[in-house]
Ligand binder design. Structure first.
Ligand code: AMP
Length: 242
C-alpha cells in the first residue's frame, strides 16, 4: 500500500509537528503488526522495533547462535514459546537508547507478558519521555490468523512474503522476482502456530487489558484491507495524542 495513503489522511497530514512518541502495536501473531508498523515507520519517520526481528538477527550471528543462550533461544522460538523476559527487556532497553527513537518508535511484538509491560512502564517513567505511550491492538479472528500464519511463505533471497491462500506466487512455491524456492518460517508450521496462539492467549492477552485500563488505548479491526487498517491505526494514534 502506498505510504501516501497514510500521509494523505486529514488527521495525519495536518500534523506538521506531530510527535508520534512511543507506540505499541498489540495483537496476536499474524494480526499484521509488522506490516502496519513498517507503514507507520515510513509515514512518520520513526523506527519500527520488532523483538521477533531482533531475535532472528541474533540467531544469524554464528557465534551467538552456537552459545548455550543461542541454542535455548532457537528451541523456544521454534516451538512457539516465549524467550525470557530478561533477555527481551535487555534488547529493548539497548535499542531504545539509540538516538533515532527520540521522536518516537513503533514497538511490534513487545510487551508480550504482563511482566514486560510493567518493566516498560517503569523504564519509560525512568527515562522521562516527551509524551506517554499509546497502545493500539489489531484484532483478527482465530481462523483468519491460522490461515495467514500457516499460509505464509517467504523468499530466502529477496525476502518477499507470499501467502499460499491469499497472495500466491505465479508459479507454485517459487519467488516471482528471482525464481528462488520459497520457504516457510520454522514457527509457521501448523503445530507451532497453534502453540504460538496458545501462548498469546495465556501470556499476552492480559497485556491488552493492562493498556486498556490506562485509557491511552484503541482497538482496530485487522480483517479489513491493509490500507483501511493503516488508516484506522493512524487515526487512533492521532486521536489518542490530541
Ligand atoms: P514474532 O516474529 O513477533 O512472531 O516473534 C517470533 C518469536 O520470537 C516468538 O514466538 C517468541 O519466541 C520470540 N519473541 C518475540 N518477541 C518476544 C517477546 N516480547 N517476549 C518473548 N519472546 C518473544
Amino acid at each position: 500500500m502506498p505510504v501516501a495513503a497514510v500521509k494523505d489522511q486529514p488527521g495525519v497530514q495536518s500534523q506538521a509537528k506531530f510527535v508520534p512518541g512511543p507506540i505499541l502495536l498489540l495483537g496476536a501473531p499474524g494480526a499484521g503488526k509488522g506490516t502496519q508498523a513498517r507503514l507507520l515507520m515510513d509515514a512518520w519517520r520513526v523506527p519500527q522495533i520488532s523483538t521477533g526481528d531482533l531475535l532472528r538477527e541474533l540467531r544469524k550471528d554464528p557465534e551467538k547462535s552456537a552459545s548455550p543462550l543461542g541454542v535455548e533461544i532457537r528451541q523456544l522460538m521454534d516451538s512457539g514459546r516465549l524467550v525470557t523476559d530478561e533477555l527481551v527487556q535487555a534488547m529493548v532497553a539497548e535499542r531504545l537508547s539509540a538516538a533515532d527513537t527520540r521522536n518516537g518508535y513503533v514497538l511490534d511484538g513487545f510487551p508480550r507478558t504482563l511482566a514486560q509491560s510493567e518493566w516498560l512502564d517503569a523504564e519509560l517513567a525512568r527515562v522521562g519521555g516527551v509524551v506517554p505511550v499509546v497502545a493500539v491492538t489489531i484484532s483478527v479472528g482465530y481462523t483468519e490468523l491460522l490461515r495467514r500464519l500457516t499460509g505464509r511463505r517467504n523468499c530466502p533471497l529477496c525476502g518477499r512474503i507470499y501467502n499460499v491462500y491469499s497472495q500466491p506466487p505465479k508459479q507454485d512455491s517459487v519467488c516471482d522476482v528471482d525464481g528462488t524456492a520459497l520457504v516457510q518460517r520454522p514457527d509457521d508450521s501448523e503445530d507451532v502456530v497453534s502453540q504460538r496462539l496458545k501462548t498469546y492467549e495465556t501470556l499476552t492477552a492480559p497485556v491488552i487489558a493492562h493498556y486498556r485500563q490506562s485509557g491511552r488505548f484503541a482497538e482496530v479491526n485487522g480483517e479489513l484491507p491493509v490500507d483501511a487498517v493503516t488508516r484506522a491505526v493512524a487515526d487512533a494514534i492521532v486521536r489518542l495524542r490530541s
